[in-house]
Design a protein around this ligand. Structure first.
Ligand SMILES: [Zn+2]
Length: 405
């Protein structure tokens, strides 16, 4: 059984009284630092067979692209791309794969179809595309190119499979859109979250990283998809501008001492930095990376961040660990539930712990944490409502790989 990145204790699940993330006990990072995962980036994590899922957890069966949107355009426009929660340009390789798949559909008898467990690409078209993509993947001899291809293909499939089906803001099926219930809030202007998301978490209904930009906006909580060159360049450009001293990763670094929030920030911040109302200097932003992926995928993602930090700064990526936090989402994650993490809970934990430091206490970080917490409640209620309506179990499944919502 895999462990979560932000491991939490198990508690009983109550449907109509959703427990809040911060009420759980957080296990110290040392618990899992002792047994790091051994998954490598370029083995199972990047197998083309496993990359064929489209919109995850769709819950319906046999959705055809053309049924969802009879007049689907043959490309993904910049506007369509950005509406999913980013202001980046449309990644070139994603656009290429989307076009290839659409052209391939028109030239073939097989129809592009998504659905079934996990909302995967299905049927003859899947077989045909898998074969083509596997060949292409194998032909790439550079591991960096393989990662780019893997990620771009994941994103392309998800974009096509979710078109006209998921709400572009909350990533829930349109009939379950929760957007009206999410209350936006301004994040302290000197802070910025980076959601470093695994492609397999992109457009997942039960992903909680997306809540951060729903609440704080995309300039305060920015999506960066692992292996998507355009996203990673934007993120690293911002980090290089801010400098190594203003970047932290919420992840235990087994090769370097992980500092607690208190150790990292208590007494280290100047009054002018904390209390100047308007900063136009983007180098004075505290950047926090939240790794949004399964435990095994997170290890590879962290390694990539670390390698880049070595390259850019010649030093380790500063890492911080939380002492509190949790994942109420575990109860709604697909089996194995423990393999998932609640990214929003990490953000809540960080804001709460920063708020406890006296220099930070007047910045309203506790209110900002509460805003995220409320959005987690809204998401849980929406997912639970959907499951109940569809006659599905709302408890964790221990044995079956059933879809979740
Ligand atoms: Zn919505």
């Amino acid at each position: 059984m895999s462990k979560t990145m932000f491991t939490s204790a198990a508690t009983s699940f109550r449907v109509f009284n959703i427990l809040k993330c911060s009420k759980y006990t957080f296990l110290r990072t040392t618990t899992y630092m002792a047994a790091p995962p051994s998954t490598t980036v370029y083995s199972g994590a990047l197998s083309i067979d496993s990359s064929a899922d489209a919109s995850p957890s769709s819950g319906d069966h046999g959705r055809y692209i053309n049924e969802a949107r009879p007049t689907s355009p043959i490309t993904i426009s910049l506007q369509e791309w950005q509406a999913w929660g980013t202001d980046s340009p449309l990644p070139t390789q994603v656009a290429e794969i989307v076009e290839e798949m659409i052209v391939s559909e028109t030239e073939s008898d097989a129809q592009m179809k998504f659905g079934g467990l996990g909302g995967k690409l299905k049927g003859d078209f899947k077989t045909q595309e898998d074969k083509k993509h596997r060949a292409k993947y194998r032909a790439l001899d550079d591991s960096e190119q393989k990662l780019h291809f893997f990620s771009a293909r994941q994103i392309a499939c998800r974009l096509l499979g979710s078109r006209g089906y998921l709400c572009q803001k909350c990533w829930l099926p349109l009939e379950d859109c929760m957007c009206l219930s999410v209350v936006p809030c301004s994040l302290w202007h000197r802070m910025r979250f980076w959601l470093y998301m695994h492609p397999k978490d992109f457009l997942r209904q039960n992903n909680t990283g997306k809540l951060l930009w729903q609440v704080f906006g995309i300039n305060s909580a920015t999506l960066c998809i692992y292996g998507i060159a355009e996203h990673e360049e934007i993120m690293w450009k911002a980090f290089m501008h801010s400098g190594r001293n203003n970047v932290w990763c919420l992840y235990p670094n087994k090769n370097a001492p992980t500092k607690s929030v208190e150790d990292s920030f208590n007494g280290n911040m100047s009054t002018s930095f904390l209390h100047e109302q308007h900063s136009t200097n983007s180098s004075e932003i505290m950047n926090f990376i939240l790794i949004d992926g399964t435990w095994s995928n997170s290890a590879a993602m962290f390694r990539r961040l670390k390698e880049r930090a070595d390259l850019v700064w010649g030093e380790d990526l500063p890492c911080i660990s939380l002492t509190t936090g949790v994942s109420a989402m575990h109860k709604l994650r697909p089996q194995p539930s423990w393999d998932r993490t609640c990214t929003a809970a990490a953000a809540i934990g960080l804001l709460d712990e920063l708020h406890l430091i006296s220099e930070f206490e007047s910045l309203g970080l506790n209110k900002q944490a509460e805003a995220v917490e409320n959005s987690v409640d809204v998401l849980l209620a929406s997912l639970t409502g959907r499951r109940l309506r569809m006659g599905r179990s709302i408890t964790r499944r221990l044995r079956h790989h059933d879809d979740i919502c």
